[in-house]
Write a protein that binds this ligand. Structure first.
Ligand code: CA
Length: 220
């Protein structure tokens, strides 16, 4: 799942990046509202972490422009602790949730996790397909109770497919959500990772739908 961070505080931006990357997300980040707006307008993000006080274009305006333009990705805003009016204005502008600064990184991670999974239509932090189970809190993948060790690329691929289980996902969509904007996107690599995942998971969880893409479901 691909996340955009728009935060002008360099340290905080880096900490958010490190924590989200560590948690298995692909992260793009920027430090001003103008570029933030552009990225959110042109790239398909699964969630955005948006500061309100930003240079060039403030966070509320960024959010309003996205929503007016029909962009529906979940947005978590970062607000000042004592500014309740910011929270109200943010929610009214189309934010899905907020965290007040200073925050514990665990809280941001939990809220992003919830936004991403709810946007994909999942009520719980565990996604299951047959004997295959992904625990979104720990990032633990098990098959029939046995843990499967995955590389970060394999994990991202599996997490994206599982968030959209039962649906056919095109290679293009996978590439867009598995790699950040600077990655050299060669869609053949998706096939390689699907092959490795199939080996590690055993069973036919990932189906190739010819000419369309991949679908994860119960093995037949
Ligand atoms: Ca700021």
């Amino acid at each position: 799942m691909r996340i955009l961070i728009v935060e002008d505080d360099k340290d905080l931006n880096r900490q958010l990046n490190d924590a989200l990357t560590q948690a298995g997300y692909v992260v793009d980040r920027t430090y001003d509202g103008e570029e933030g707006h552009f990225l959110g307008d042109t790239e398909p993000y699964d969630a955005v972490v948006l500061d309100l006080g930003l240079p060039k274009l403030d966070g509320l305006s960024v959010l309003e422009k996205w929503r007016r333009g029909g962009r529906t990705m979940p947005v978590l805003i970062l607000t000042a602790r004592d500014r309740w009016s910011d929270k109200v204005a943010g929610i009214d502008a189309g934010a899905d949730d907020y965290v007040a600064k200073p925050f514990h990184m665990e809280e941001v991670l939990a809220r992003v996790r919830a936004l991403v999974r709810r946007a994909a239509g999942h009520a719980s932090n565990e996604i299951e397909v047959g004997d295959l189970r992904l625990d979104l809190r720990s990032g633990r993948v098990t098959v029939a109770g046995l843990q499967v060790k995955l590389t970060s690329h394999e994990y991202r691929l599996l997490a994206y497919l599982l968030h959209h289980k039962g649906k056919v996902i095109s290679r293009t969509e996978l590439v867009e959500h598995l790699y950040d904007q600077d990655f050299d996107r060669d869609s053949n690599t998706v096939e390689v990772f699907v092959g490795r995942l199939r080996k590690k998971l055993g069973g036919d969880y990932i189906e190739t739908v010819r000419g369309l893409g991949y679908r994860i479901g119960e093995p037949s």
